[in-house]
Design a protein around this ligand. Structure first.
Ligand code: F0G
Length: 465
């Protein structure tokens, strides 16, 4: 009798499920060089040139490394103005993914929002979601529509470990639909919930939202930029879905809704692109007419055919289990690494980003001195890491100009897809551990110049002594 082979150890290192064929040098700068950059740009990381950034965690949007298969497909694209073969290939991939028949390409997510909302909404309407993303909210508000956030209570507590913090509070949604009957053109849900920390929405919750929408006769639309990451979280966290493939889960999710808006710059694994896909034809003729006015002919919608080819391949690649397990592994690895060195993060980590709780890390810096901005600036100065402040710089100004502290002081590290290796992440973790060690020496900032609105993009700061 032979002894059975020992099973492989269950816990092994995360490996990138790809080999690297094309490389780009990592920009390396000295601390002194970065200090000069910071002075020049007024301590605003949006104004830093990418060539001066070593690890760019500003966003996961449009920053993906494409595969050899995507680059190859681009070479075969059919750049005809009308009826391009590449469009029909892209359309077939989206139809197979979502089950929705009508596919309208746009150049990115916000163009899709602007087009669809301006058709479906009128001033005085109200659109609920778990949390609206900034551009979704802005596109609704500029039409005079009230964008309402109905995320569940668990989603508002950064320390709570809960599997589906992106869920909608369905009893509140029911009450909302009853109270505002006739004024809700559709219900939205963002998967994963970016503004709420990249947290997923469960299949059970999506079923309940869908049922509530049916009962009230209101369409249900998904903001589905990160549909694959959401499907993966459902697979690993919701027992009924454990044996399903990410593709089956994604399809089940799309089937619960009436359509979706997608910024393909995330789970499309491309650098530009977006689309609207709808089950029902009702809005489609008008949508296509408007598309011609603002984006382009319906078979390219503001994109080159080569972009449609890359997207057609990306939408399939993103559902591979090895890729999704690696993707989730990366954010978990960073969040666990930060926890080990005493850096508090929002729990659990999201699919595309890790959020450092700057208020907890830097309790000596008051909200008026922008602790999250101070941390983001120091991450850049000392380590060459670009992150994004989501705190009192972004949200701390009332329309009348007065200061109101943001609910949370977060620094977002959004992870580009397939770009950095585990060695990069180890180096980043070592750097943040050193920074955390001297946290008491960090100082706040004051604003020296700011625009009337959206100040985080262009404000200038000065460090406090
Ligand atoms: N919806 C969500 C949930 C998003 O995260 C974004 C973009 C959009 C819509 C808009 O798409 O950029 O293609 O026009 N999020 C990026 C980010 C910018 O950094 O989180 P877009």
């Amino acid at each position: 009798m032979t002894t059975p082979a020992a099973p492989l150890p269950r816990k092994r290192s995360i490996i990138e499920p790809f080999k690297i064929k094309v490389v780009e040098p990592l920009p390396l700068r000295t601390v002194a060089e970065r200090e000069r950059v910071l002075e020049d740009v007024g301590y605003n990381l949006f104004a830093v040139r990418a060539a001066d950034v070593t690890f760019d965690f500003l966003t996961d949007s449009g920053t993906t490394a494409m595969s050899a298969a995507q680059w190859g497909a681009m070479m075969t694209a059919d750049e005809s103005y009308a009826g391009s073969r590449s469009f029909y290939r892209f359309e077939e991939v989206v139809q197979r993914l979502t089950g929705y028949q009508h596919v309208v390409p746009t150049h990115q997510g916000r163009a899709a929002e602007h087009l669809l909302f301006s058709l479906m909404c009128k001033a005085g309407d109200k659109v609920p979601s778990n949390n609206h993303f900034d551009t979704t909210r802005a596109n609704l508000e500029q039409l005079g529509v009230d964008a309402v956030d109905l995320v569940c209570a668990e989603g508002k507590d950064p320390t709570l470990d809960h599997p589906f913090k992106g869920n909608v509070d369905v009893p509140r949604l029911e009450a909302f639909l009853t109270e505002h009957r006739g004024h809700v053109p559709f219900v939205m849900t963002t998967i994963t919930n970016n503004t709420g920390g990249g947290q997923p929405v469960s299949l059970a919750n999506l079923r309940d939202i869908s049922a509530a929408c049916r009962r009230h006769g209101v369409p249900f639309l998904l903001d589905a930029c990160r549909f694959a990451e959401n499907a993966w979280f459902i697979k690993v966290r919701e027992p009924e879905a454990a044996d399903k493939t990410p593709r089956q889960i994604a399809r089940e999710v799309f089937e619960l809704a009436d359509g979706c808006l997608v910024s393909a710059k995330k789970d499309g694994l491309v650098n530009i692109g977006g689309f609207i896909a709808l089950r029902d034809v009702a809005w489609v003729p008008l949508l296509r007419s408007r598309l011609i006015l603002t984006e382009g002919f319906p078979t390219y919608g503001g994109l080159a055919a080569r972009d449609l080819e890359a997207l057609a391949v990306g939408l399939d690649e993103v559902l591979e289990e090895t890729y999704l397990a690696y993707r989730e592994g990366v954010t978990r690895y960073i969040a666990d690494g930060l926890t080990r060195v005493g850096v508090p993060t929002m729990r659990p980590p999201g699919g595309h980003a890790v959020y450092i709780d700057a208020r907890a890390l830097l309790p000596h810096i008051p909200a008026e001195q922008f602790p999250a901005q101070a941390l983001a600036v120091e991450l850049y100065r000392a380590e060459g890491i670009r992150s994004c402040e989501i705190g009192s710089v972004m949200f701390g100004k009332r329309p009348d100009g007065s200061f109101v502290p943001s609910a949370m002081e977060l620094v977002r590290l959004a992870i580009p897809r397939r770009v950095y290796t585990q060695a990069h992440m180890d180096y980043v973790l070592e750097g943040i551990a050193e920074l955390a060690h001297r946290r008491a020496t960090l100082r706040g900032l004051r604003i020296v110049q700011e625009p009337a609105f959206l100040r985080h993009f262009t404000a200038r700061f000065a460090p406090l002594a």
